[in-house]
Design a binder for this molecule. Structure first.
Ligand code: AMP
Length: 590
């Protein structure tokens, strides 16, 4: 087995990687490190982020620079400031025992004067974003005469971000005798053009198959109606309580909307998009990096600078138009030998796109059923129980409080304690999913089914039945627009149509009371209604689900019985009952 020792690296470097916990070289390092140290050719490496490529070029560069000379000997270009800072920090870690070695990052959005000051200290390695480097070249603050290595990291991203011209200017400025090491996750024609024009006889290596995602990534998709995308997203998140992932959206507006809805619905989520200022972006990213945020909703552009290794999921809220974007997104999970899942939420007309992407990335996508409310409740419950089983009990700290707690709960049996604890943590899911519709739509509707009917009327009926089962049951909703405000069925329908901007919402069974209007709607449209009214700042009206169906009543009865039993077994019966009544009133007051 290859080790860092037998790759011929300096002792200081071996000690450093050992301190960082690197046991053995990763595949890209096994190929690149000896090549850079022992050969003189250029390199084109097709490798995704997360495969260990920073150490693959960083370790041999550190090994080969002459740190007795204070001159820039290696120039590393990266597409974003975040990646630039990260590469620089990684290299500083690898060089922590090489005291004479200086590494400086220069990137946009930061005071150029302080960067010029750092450059004056003559680092041996400069890590730069193209725009800032051009600025420094124009100010004649950089000397490239001694550059022996030029690394283009995430070259495809640099081109995607419009740095082609800057890149060519830089390539013309560094000495011809340098060696160029180009790393890219994909190999579009433009990269091949750069390679032909500016690189000499080069070796090509590929970690994984061309244009393919990492083997550690499982690709799955969920097929739902477009209007159910958000509901499906929530279920995917809920069935994965441990999720730590990025939800990719197409536009800034969609990113904001999805993040806002998630936050409003109680998820630990935030948005990352181009309308945020740099400090706001930095703050969101650092919260996400340290896992203070579980879900990041982002545009592709904004997420570029974010490098996080242990994402469990990448979720394509929409399929990207470009397969390369899909590769980039999915390549953000399954890194550093960890497993990851790339999820796509698609609607019925997008199956063809899935087939296209499957062909391009040479991976089979698994169709998963959107979990039912019951599946989610079960999963959440057992997740919570497992957490409770494995929680670290810190006796030293809690012992002082326990006698008081025991005394307070002494009237409860163990079963009662468990039931209350489960309800406390779990009611959110029970409440939300109690009327949950089936969000799945079949891949190919089975036309033969309806043709079996003997006459047109039956065909029509069977079509309606299928529609009803697809859309879920009808549920009762209410709006705070009633007879007092001269509500009529017509004005209620008009209000709903205007606010949702969607005439397809199927309303029936309208009943108008003094303050409210009640009506039935398909379960899958209820959320659309609630959201439309919630988002419209100009409307004073609020739509809500009426919580008086049978299951709800059973649930309330069971809850009432539960508290009644508790009441009987306690001395403070009186105060308990008044609490119960308060709770009941709260639940049935609309
Ligand atoms: P990169 O592709 O350079 O972003 O690296 C991905 C992650 O793998 C980083 O967190 C590195 O610290 C880590 N890494 C790099 N090389 C090794 C190694 N040989 N063993 C374990 N982890 C590594």
């Amino acid at each position: 087995m290859t080790t860092f020792e037998n790759l011929g690296l300096r002792n200081e470097i071996i000690t450093a990687v050992d301190c960082l916990g690197f046991e053995n070289p990763m595949p890209v390092q096994e190929q690149v490190i000896p090549f850079v140290m022992n050969e003189t050719r250029d390199l084109i490496a097709l490798a995704q982020t997360g495969t260990g490529k920073t150490a693959a070029f960083g370790l041999p560069l550190l090994n080969m620079i002459d740190n007795t000379k204070k001159q820039i000997q290696a120039l590393i270009l990266s597409p974003t400031r975040e990646l630039c800072i990260q590469i620089s920090n990684d290299l500083k870690n690898y060089a922590q025992y090489m005291h004479a070695t200086k590494i400086v990052p220069v990137y946009g959005g930061e005071n150029i004067v302080s960067q010029i000051r750092q450059l004056a200290e003559q680092p041996q390695i400069l890590v730069a974003t193209p725009g800032r480097l051009i600025d420094l070249i124009n100010r004649k603050k950089i000397k490239f005469d001694n550059v022996k290595f030029l690394v283009l990291d995430e070259a495809d991203e640099m081109l995607n971000m419009g740095f082609q011209e800057d890149l060519e200017t830089i390539l013309q400025n560094v000495p011809d005798e340098r060696r160029t090491l180009l790393f890219s996750a994909t190999m579009p024609k433009e990269i091949e053009h750069i390679a032909q024009k500016y690189m000499n006889e080069s070796k090509s290596i590929s970690i994984g198959i061309r244009n393919s995602g990492s083997d550690n990534v499982e690709h799955v998709y969920y097929s739902v109606q477009a209007s159910n995308r958000y509901a499906a997203l929530k279920r995917i998140v809920d069935i994965n309580p441990d999720i730590y992932g990025i939800v990719f959206c197409r536009t800034r507006q969609e990113t904001k909307d999805v993040a806002e809805k998630l936050m409003r619905d109680g998820y630990n989520a935030d948005a990352l998009h181009g309308d945020l200022s740099q400090p706001q972006r930095d703050s969101v990213m650092s919260k996400f990096r340290i896992r203070n945020l579980q879900i990041l909703v982002a545009t592709d552009v904004a997420a570029r600078g974010l490098d996080v290794n242990d994402l469990t999921h990448v979720i394509n809220y929409n399929l990207p138009d470009d397969v390369e974007i899909y590769t980039h997104r999915s390549g953000r999970t399954g890194r550093a030998n960890k497993k990851g899942i790339s999820v796509s939420i698609i609607h019925s007309r997008e199956h063809k796109r899935i087939n296209e992407i499957e062909r391009m990335v040479k991976k089979t996508f698994k169709k998963e059923a959107v979990p039912s409310g019951l599946d989610i409740c079960k999963r959440q419950l057992f997740y919570m129980i497992e957490r409770m089983e494995h929680v670290q009990v810190n006796d030293d700290q809690i012992n002082q409080f326990l006698p008081h707690v025991f005394k307070k709960l002494e009237y409860l049996q163990k079963e009662d304690v468990i039931r209350r604890f489960v309800s406390l943590e779990f009611n959110r899911f029970l409440d939300y999913y109690k009327n949950a519709a089936d969000l799945n739509i079949p891949d190919k509707p089975n036309h033969n089914e309806s043709n079996k009917s003997r006459n047109g009327r039956n065909r029509e009926n069977s079509g309606n039945r299928e529609k009803t089962s697809k859309r879920g049951q009808r549920i009762r909703m209410k709006i705070n627009f009633g007879a007092k405000q001269n509500a009529s069925p017509r004005s209620v329908l008009g209000l709903i149509n205007d606010t949702t901007n969607d005439k397809s919402i199927n309303i029936s069974n309208i009943e108008i009371s003094n303050k409210f209007t009640f009506f039935d709607v398909f379960a899958d449209q209820s959320e659309q209604l609630i959201n439309a009214f919630y988002r419209n700042n100009r409307t004073p009206f609020v739509i809500d689900i009426v919580k008086e169906n049978k299951r709800q009543q059973q649930y309330q009865d069971a809850e009432y019985n539960f508290y009644e039993n508790v009441r009987k077994s306690t001395r403070s019966a009186k105060s308990q009952k008044s609490n119960i009544n308060k709770r009941k009133r709260k639940r049935t007051r609309y």
